[in-house]
Design a protein around this ligand. Sequence first.
Ligand code: ADP
Ligand code: MG
Length: 326
Amino acid sequence: MSDTEFDIIRRYFTRQQPDREDVITGIGDDAALLQMPAGMELVVSMDTLVDGVHFPRGTAAAAIGHKALAVNLSDLAAMGAEPAWATLSLTLPEADANWLAGFSQAFFKLADRFGVQLVGGDTTQGPLSITVQAHGFVPAGKSLRRRGAQVGDHIYVTGTLGGAGLALQLAGEAGGELQQRLDYPQPRIDAGQTLRGIASAAIDISDGLLADLGHLLEHDQLGAALSIDDLPRSAAFAETVKQGGADVRSQYYDLPLSAGDDYELCFTVPEALRGQLASVRQQLSCACTRIGIVEQQAGIRCHMADGKRYAMTARGYRHFGASPHG
Ligand code: ADP
Ligand code: MG
């Protein structure tokens, strides 16, 4: 490790707080030494963000710092886990003090919100790329999984859909609220933990509702019917689309169905547990909206409020296809 790298770690990534009791040794030794709580399973997630692929070139350092951690916390949320630790691998073209300050402040702001301690990492020189690994705990046997949905289960999503995708499409021309959705996704940690014992299956929406709900359903060879007028959209989304002109209709439906980057949770709840969901949803920091039902027949069928089938004009992002999402 060169002096510069040592400097970067000391100046921007070594902190006194939070000082979790389960961190025996954090940054500064050859490896982190961590104490697992009894009766818990370890949940581990890793995501890489590459400049120009996962975020547009010139994205603010703060947005990158936030998002690099947020996308991992979103995966922990989808498992019903409580976040604890993170490691960070940072590849930088140069040691730019402003960039590092913006990146690290936003990273730690989000980390602090969820009590996450950065316990190690790696720092190298090269094209800008950020990898974060997040670790969390879930009571043994209680995690939320992609498998587990059954015919007749109700399908829900948290928050709102399509806002991040619309901001991406408008390439910096979106209003503040939509741009925030793209740059500062909010991991639904409290929802994930609350849904343990209520949801039969869960996934986070990184690649678009159709794609990710499709992953959830394919585990059990099931399908779904969605009422697409019920998809939750923010007022800013609806307003911006309305002003958009010609392809309004397709955007109003297609973006919430197929655009990625919203990082909401999609989950299924058996009929018998809907009452339980109703009793906890008020405590959540986000809304939960029922959008459809699990069916035996494979595939996802979309219906409008008048009952007519909706034919898709766009598809969810596909891995190794048009999608940059890993
Ligand atoms: P080694 O050479 O033994 O792999 P390094 O010199 O790469 O160790 O790192 C020294 C310490 O700094 C380690 O504890 C490592 O986890 C930590 N570290 C390095 N880069 C980062 C980073 N970007 N963020 C947090 N911790 C880091
Ligand atoms: Mg190293």
